[in-house]
Ligand binder design. Structure first.
Ligand code: FAD
Ligand code: PHB
Length: 388
C-alpha cells in the first residue's frame, strides 16, 4: 500500500488531520490499534475552544456541533462552599463550547466514511521504519497477515501510550514530566446538570467538577486517590462524596441517578521535545499531556493538527517546507502556555498536600483571581484559548 501521509491513531488528532488533508487533496491512511466501537466508548473531553470549533468547520464536520453544542460565556469557581463567577465574554469577548469528545470523534468518523478515506481499525503491532531516510514505512498486523504502508510522512497521533514517540531514539528526545499524586473519578449520568455553567470546586475534602454534555446529561468528577479502583466506587458512594464538596445551592439542585459511564484518570503534565524527527511528526497527546483541569488536551491536539496540516499542504501545493520546518517550535510555544495554565489550575484547586501553608497559598491565589481584573482576564484568556 502507498499513501502520502500515514497517520497512526484514530483519536481526535488523527481523524481531524486526516479530514483536513483529504479536503486538500492529500492522500492519507489511518492505522488504529483498537476497534471503532472501543474508540467511541471513551468518555473524555467536554470543553472546546473557538480554534477547535473553526477547525471542525474547516474539516466539514461542524454541523451537529453547532446544533447540539452548548455555548458557555463563563465559568463558576466554588471555594469552600462560596461560589464566584468569571465571565469570559466580559473579560475577553469570547466563549467556549461544551460538546463531548465522543461526539466530535463520531462526527469525524462519519465525515471520513462519507468521503471513503481509509481507516484500518484493529491493527496490531504497528511499527515505524526509516523515519530519517527518504522512504518511511509503517508495518502492522491485521486479520492475521502483515501489511506495509509506504509513505512520504508519518503523523504520530497515537496518544501518550502510543508507539510513535517510542520509535524515536531516547538520545534525540527530551521529556519533561510531573506526575500528580491524585486522579479524577468521573461519572456520566442521565440527569440534568446542577447549573448552566461548569462549576470547578475547591474544597478541603478535595477537588470536584460539575460539568455536562446536554441539558439532560451530566458529567461529574471528584478528586480521588491513585490507589482507588472503580469497583470501590459504587454510584451511591460517588454521590455521597460529591455532595459535601458543593455549595448549598448546587447541593439542592443536584439530581442523582445511575451512572452510564465511570472511569478514573490519573493526572499528569508531560512534554516531549522536539515534535518532529525527520519525516515523523508528533501531534496531540503523543507529544504532550496536561491534567484535565484546564480543559486543554483536546484543544492542544487540534492546534497541533492545524499547524501540521498547514505545513503538509504547503509542502505539496506550494513546494515549500517552511511550515514543516517551524512546526515543532510553533506548536511548543502554545503547548507550554497550556502546560503552565493547566498546572496552575490543578495546584490551585486540588488538595495536593496536608500542609496548611499550601492551603493558605491556594486561598491567596484564588482571592487574587476574584479581586484582580488583570488576574481574571489572564485566567479567561487562557481558558478560552490564547490567540497565538
Ligand atoms: P487520543 O485520544 O489518546 O487518541 C490516540 C489514538 O491512538 C487512540 O485511539 C489509540 O487507541 C490509538 N493508538 C495508541 N497506540 C497505538 C498504536 N500503537 N498503534 C495504533 N494506534 C494506537 N481535553 C480538552 O481539551 N478539554 C477537556 O474538557 C478535557 N477533558 C478531559 C477529561 C478527562 C477525564 C481526560 C482523561 C482527558 C480530557 N481531555 C480534555 C484531554 C483529551 O481527552 C485528550 O487530550 C485527547 O483525547 C487527545 O487526543 P489525541 O487524538 O491526541 O489522543
Ligand atoms: C468534561 O466535561 O469532561 C470536562 C470539562 C472541563 C474540564 C475537564 C473535563 O476541565
Amino acid at each position: 500500500m502507498r499513501t502520502q501521509v500515514a497517520i497512526i491513531g484514530a483519536g481526535p488528532a488523527g481523524l481531524l488531520l486526516g479530514q483536513l488533508l483529504h479536503k486538500n487533496g492529500i492522500d492519507n491512511v489511518i492505522v488504529e490499534r483498537h476497534t471503532g466501537e472501543y474508540v467511541l466508548g471513551r468518555v473524555r473531553a467536554g470543553v472546546i475552544e473557538q480554534v477547535t470549533m473553526d477547525l471542525l468547520d474547516e474539516a466539514g464536520v461542524g454541523e451537529r456541533m453547532h446544533r447540539d453544542g452548548l455555548i458557555h460565556d463563563g465559568v463558576q469557581i466554588c471555594v469552600d462552599g462560596k461560589r464566584h463567577h468569571l465571565s469570559f465574554k466580559e473579560l475577553t469577548g469570547k466563549s467556549v463550547m461544551v460538546y463531548g469528545q465522543t461526539e466530535i470523534t463520531k462526527d469525524l468518523m462519519d465525515g471520513r466514511a462519507a468521503v471513503g478515506a481509509p481507516t484500518l481499525y484493529a491493527a496490531y503491532d504497528v511499527a515505524l521504519h526509516d523515519i530519517h531516510g527518504g522512504k518511511p514505512r509503517v508495518t502492522f498486523r491485521k486479520d492475521g497477515s502483515t501489511h506495509e504502508i509506504e509513505c512520504d510522512f508519518i503523523a504520530g497521533c497515537d496518544g501518550f501510550h502510543g508507539i510513535s514517540r517510542k520509535s524515536v531514539p531516547p538520545s534525540a528526545i527530551s521529556n519533561y514530566e510531573r506526575v500528580y499524586p491524585l486522579g479524577w473519578l468521573g461519572i456520566l449520568s442521565e440527569t440534568p446538570p446542577v447549573s448552566e455553567e461548569l462549576i470547578y470546586v475547591r474544597h478541603p475534602r478535595g477537588f470536584a467538577l460539575c460539568s455536562m454534555r446536554s441539558p439532560t446529561r451530566s458529567r461529574y468528577y471528584i478528586q480521588c486517590s491513585l490507589a482507588d479502583d472503580i469497583e470501590s466506587w459504587p454510584d451511591e458512594r460517588f454521590w455521597e462524596e460529591l455532595r459535601p464538596r458543593l455549595d448549598d445551592e448546587a447541593r439542592e439542585a443536584l439530581v442523582t441517578g445511575p451512572s452510564i459511564e465511570k472511569s478514573i484518570a490519573p493526572l499528569r503534565s508531560f512534554v516531549a521535545e522536539p515534535m518532529r524527527f525527520g519525516r515523523l511528526f508528533l501531534a496531540g497527546d503523543a507529544a504532550h499531556i496536561v491534567p484535565p483541569t484546564g480543559a486543554k488536551g483536546l484543544n492542544l491536539a487540534a492546534s497541533d493538527v492545524q499547524y501540521l496540516a498547514r505545513g503538509l499542504i504547503e509542502h505539496y501545493r506550494d513546494k515549500s517546507d517552511s511550515g514543516l520546518e517551524h512546526y515543532s517550535e510553533r506548536a511548543l510555544l502554545r503547548v507550554w502556555k497550556a502546560e503552565r495554565f493547566s498546572w496552575w489550575m490543578t495546584t490551585m484547586l486540588h488538595r495536593i498536600s496536608d500542609n496548611p501553608f499550601d492551603y493558605q497559598l491556594q486561598l491567596a491565589d484564588l482571592d487574587y483571581l476574584f479581586r484582580s481584573k488583570a488576574a481574571a482576564t489572564a485566567f479567561a484568556e487562557n481558558y478560552v484559548g490564547l490567540p497565538y
